[in-house]
Design a protein. Structure first.
Length: 114
């Protein structure tokens, strides 16, 4: 992903983002300092002390993943394959603690819940 301003990010698709190498610049307006953060760190870090997150590691290849994240919320999810490429699929919220992820083909990877 080339350098983009926040206003330009809505023009990107998930295929434009490489979580293993892309970074974003975050500006703290109170101190006027800029910090570069990797997309992977944004996905996996706990950005707020009160926010919960979970990383699911799908070891066996499957076209349907049932994930018990126990976050007690309808969380957002980003899925990557074993090479770190973002994968799109259907997200079915079974309840506030369980999600079923359906894909067009079986693969292994990780699901990041926030």
């Amino acid at each position: 992903m080339a350098n983009k301003k926040i206003s330009q990010l809505n023009q990107l698709s998930v295929s434009d983002v490489d979580i293993s190498t892309d970074v974003v610049a975050i500006v703290d307006s109170s101190t006027n300092t800029t910090k570069k953060v990797s997309v992977a760190d944004l996905i996996t870090s706990n950005l707020s002390a009160t926010d919960k997150n979970y990383v699911h590691n799908q070891i066996s290849s499957s076209a349907s993943w049932v994930v018990n994240h126990n976050l007690n919320k309808f969380s957002s999810v980003v899925v990557v394959d074993s090479a770190g490429t973002v994968v799109t699929g259907e997200v079915v919220y079974d309840n506030v603690n369980t999600v079923t992820l359906n894909f067009s083909a079986p693969f292994s990877g990780k699901a990041y819940f926030n």
